[in-house]
Design a protein around this ligand. Structure first.
Ligand code: PEP
Length: 253
C-alpha cells in the first residue's frame, strides 16, 4: 500500500473562538479529496482542541501541539498524553523548531516525548530540521539524521509516526525550500532510515515537508517522489489551506 498523503495545519498560538469557527466552517464546506486520498489533521491551541474537534467533519482530525514527556502529575501548565487520549485527540505534534530553539528541547527530550506519546496510544507528527547556518555549513543531513536517530533510539516502531522535515530557515519566512531542495533532503533521510532503521520503515514512513508551504507552491512540492505531505503553519489559518489539501491529487496523476 502506498503512503497516504498527509496534511497537517499547525495554528500555533493563534486564534479566537470566532476565528476557529470560521476556519472549521471553511474546511467543512471545502471541496477536497476524501480520506482515501489525503489525511488532514488540524492543530489548534489546546484551549480550542475539543471545540474544534466537535465542529469538524469526521473526515478531518485534530492534533495537540505538545504534550508532557511522561505521565502527568505536578507539572504546572503541562498537558499529559493521557489527557489527550481521554479527550479522544488522536495526534500530537512534537519537536517543532520553536520548542527546540526557544524552550531548548534537546534531541533526547524530543525522543522521550515521542516514545511516551506513542506508548499511550497517540499518533505523532515529529518535527526535525536544520538552521540556515547548519545548511550553509553543509551539515543538513547530519543534523536531521541526529534528530531522527534520537527518536529511533526510543521507539519500538514507526507505525504511528509521521516525520516532518521543516528547515528552520523556511519556517515563517515566506522563503520555502525549492522542490529540489526539499526532495533532496527527503530522499537522503529516507536512505538514512533504510540504512539505520529498516528497509520496510523507509518505504512506509511518511516524510512531510514544512516551511512556507502555500497554495501556489504546494503542487510542485507535492509532485516530488519523497514528499508525502505537508505541515503548514500560517497558510493553515487561511482559505489557501484548501488549495494545499487539493495538492494531494498530484500524487494520483
Ligand atoms: C511550521 O511552523 O510548521 C511552519 C511550517 O510554518 P509556516 O508554514 O508558516 O512556514
Amino acid at each position: 500500500m502506498g503512503r497516504k498523503f498527509f496534511i497537517g495545519g499547525n495554528w500555533k498560538c493563534n486564534g479566537t473562538t470566532e476565528e476557529a469557527k470560521k476556519i472549521v466552517g471553511t474546511l467543512n464546506e471545502a471541496n477536497v479529496p476524501g480520506e482515501d486520498i489525503v489525511e488532514v489533521v488540524v492543530s489548534p491551541p489546546f484551549v480550542f482542541l475539543s471545540f474544534v474537534k466537535a465542529l469538524l467533519h469526521s473526515n478531518f482530525h485534530v492534533a495537540a501541539q505538545n504534550c508532557w514527556v511522561h505521565k502527568g502529575g505536578a507539572y504546572t501548565g503541562e498537558v499529559s498524553a493521557e489527557m489527550l487520549v481521554n479527550l479522544d485527540i488522536p495526534w500530537v505534534i512534537l519537536g517543532p523548531s520553536e520548542r527546540r530553539l526557544l524552550l531548548e528541547e534537546s534531541n533526547e527530550f524530543v525522543g522521550d516525548k515521542v516514545a511516551y506519546a506513542l506508548s499511550q496510544g497517540l499518533k505523532v507528527i515529529a518535527c526535525i530540521g536544520e538552521t540556515l547556518e547548519q545548511r550553509e555549513a553543509g551539515t543538513t543531513l547530519a543534523v536531521v539524521a541526529e534528530q531522527t536517530k534520537a527518536i529511533a533510539a526510543k521507539i519500538p516502531d514507526w507505525d504511528n509516526v509521521v516525520l516532518a522535515y521543516e528547515p528552520i530557515w523556511a519556517i515563517g519566512t515566506g522563503k520555502a525550500a525549492t522542490p529540489a531542495q526539499a526532495q533532496e533532503v527527503h530522499a537522503d533521510l529516507r536512505k538514512w532510515i533504510h540504512d539505520n532503521v529498516s528497509a520496510e520503515v523507509a518505504v512506509t514512513v511518511r516524510l512531510i515537508y514544512g516551511g512556507s508551504v502555500n497554495g501556489t507552491n504546494s503542487k510542485e512540492l507535492a509532485a516530488q517522489p519523497d514528499i508525502d505531505g505537508f505541515l503548514v503553519g500560517r497558510a493553515s489559518l487561511k482559505l489557501e489551506f484548501v488549495d494545499i489539501i487539493n495538492a494531494a491529487t498530484v500524487k494520483k496523476n
